[in-house]
Design a protein around this ligand. Sequence first.
Ligand code: HEC
Length: 170
Amino acid sequence: MLLQLRGPLFDNRKVVLLYPHQHNQLTLVSMRLITLFLIALTTLPLHADDRQKVEFPPMMRDHMLANMRDHLLALQEITAQLSAGDYDRAADIAESRLGMSSLESHGASHMARMMPDGMAATGTAMHRAASRFALTARDADVEGGLSKAFGALSDVMEQCVACHAAYKVH
Ligand code: HEC
């Protein structure tokens, strides 16, 4: 039989009752509980935060977060240059702001010493990937291949994602 469930939780959907004779208060209550349980099951992983908290002195943390905001800005500028077909400019931005050449301006060696090994390694992997992207983008300028450049840019972003998934500072 069909049963109309009311209330925002059930969105007034119709459900099929397998045992019509059980159409009573108890069934409704247990169905609500099962639904709540299923909702909890499906939403929990979204909210679970199992990132490792890394303690930095406040000034270092602020410095790192400022770097991060510049990382995002750099990505935006790189994609804008790629879309304009200016591969060399995209390569320059990547190398100077995210690549191996950026390490000194970011105070990277000082920061890396305060990081857990895995975090420092991910940071290094990102800088290397950005330098590789710069080379790939310059090649794309010669070969005219955007897809390789985007593949290399995706490798850079993979390291942003990996580090953000594993660590936090507050
Ligand atoms: C080695 C680790 C690591 C890498 C690599 C990394 N990040 Fe982050 N980023 C962090 C951490 C840790 C935070 C703070 C997250 C928190 O505490 O919730 C952060 C925060 C940020 C923030 C927020 C800044 C603020 O003001 O709160 C932005 C934006 C950001 N990252 C962008 C990027 C981009 C873009 C990349 C890649 C190009 C990147 N990050 C690569 C570790 C990293």
